[in-house]
Design a protein around this ligand. Structure first.
Ligand SMILES: [Fe+2]
Length: 362
């Protein structure tokens, strides 16, 4: 080999003197970029993080503000014009994205007396937690569920649903949907029905009576194993169970006396994408710190207290809604006996094998 050839090979292997390396790399990055490629080593630390990195922040919406502003929207637009008259609760760190957490939408819907929110269906599943009013209904797959405060109403993937208010008072509820998750997978479908309401042939409460009573109708259809057949898990039936847990001493140091809403056929979560819990905290409860990878939306159903999230104190009272981001330490404190409802994407994370918790954070 001649010395000239050896030098040329060395130049091909090693891109020049050290002080030139950054310029050579930069030229390389620009060149590969034209081929829609980029170097993993430049972004490795930000895409494969050592711990979860959340883009949402702890936040609370107080019901006084929510109700005042939602009521104001009643004079601006009808439920029918709006299709759904909902004010979105947007995480301050995710403004413009219609998200409370990175995977969950949260909003407060109102239906005034005599109004109908027309029938439609969509791939996104919805959880509704009733805040205020009495006797408006959500009709889902032929069952008209009359709603009362604290009720937990489910509209599963592709289930036709409409809402109406035949009572004399405005009805407000919290809607939580999984559409940020559905849209992440780019799998959204939706359709409106020609008629404003769907025919309802089943009695109010049929689904809870049939499936939530320790017995099952003979020959349960297979599809009911995919998601819960219950339309409305009423507060009237769930709340006394918390009282029994408290009396039995089953009070978790972090989560209080808590029940999970399940599909009574499988014992799994009510929906495959979203999980919901109802928890009672005795007066004076001072919770231990906890964190998990599911970002959670909480609603105070009763009582008064606070939740410290990542050092920030969120003071809550009835119907206040707040967000705990993923993997942030939090602890609940109850000044009065309190009940918190919560929703997260935990079932989806568990199904994918990526959910983690830290029960003893330092
Ligand atoms: Fe809907």
């Amino acid at each position: 080999m001649t010395s000239a050839t050896a030098t040329k090979r060395a130049e091909t292997r090693a891109p020049g003197p050290k002080h030139n390396i950054e310029a050579v790399r930069q030229e390389y990055y620009e060149r590969i970029s034209k081929h829609d490629m980029t170097a993993l080593w430049k972004v490795m630390d930000s895409v494969v993080t050592k711990e979860p990195v959340t883009h949402c922040v702890p936040v609370i919406w107080h019901f006084d503000d929510i109700k005042r502003l939602v009521m104001e929207s009643g004079g601006l637009i009808t439920a029918e014009e709006a299709n759904r008259r909902v004010l979105i609760l947007e995480n301050p760190a995710l403004r413009g994205q219609s998200k409370a957490t990175n995977t969950l939408f949260a909003g407060v819907q109102m239906i005034l007396p005599g109004e109908i929110a027309p029938a439609h269906r969509h791939v996104s599943s919805a959880i509704r937690f009733v805040l205020d009013g009495e006797g408006a209904y959500t009709a889902v797959e032929g069952e008209k569920a009359l709603m009362s405060p604290g009720d937990f109403v489910i509209t599963a993937n592709w289930a036709p649903h409409d809402h109406g208010n035949e009572s004399k008072k405005p009805m407000l509820w919290l809607d939580v949907l999984d559409f940020p998750m559905v849209n992440f997978f780019e799998t959204s479908f939706a359709e409106q029905f020609p008629d404003k309401t769907q025919p309802t042939g089943r009695g109010d409460g049929d689904s809870l009576a049939f499936f939530g009573s320790g017995v099952l109708p003979d020959g349960v259809p297979v599809e009911m194993k995919q998601r819960t057949p219950v339309i409305n898990y009423t507060y009237a039936r769930t709340r006394p169970i918390l009282e029994r847990l408290k009396k039995a001493g089953d009070v978790d140091k972090r989560h209080g006396a808590r029940v999970q809403y399940v599909n009574p056929i499988t014992g799994g979560s009510a929906l495959p994408t979203m999980g919901a819990y109802l928890a009672l905290f005795p007066k004076g409860f001072k919770g231990e710190k906890y964190r998990s990878t599911d970002g959670t939306v909480f609603v105070c159903a009763e009582g008064q207290g606070s939740t410290t999230v990542d050092g920030k104190v969120l003071e809550w009272g009835p119907n206040d809604v707040f967000v705990v981001p993923p993997w942030k330490h939090y602890a609940h404190n109850a000044a009065k006996e309190s009940v918190l409802f919560s929703i997260s994407d935990r079932p989806a994370q568990e199904a994918l094998g990526i959910w983690r918790e830290d029960r003893n954070p330092v």
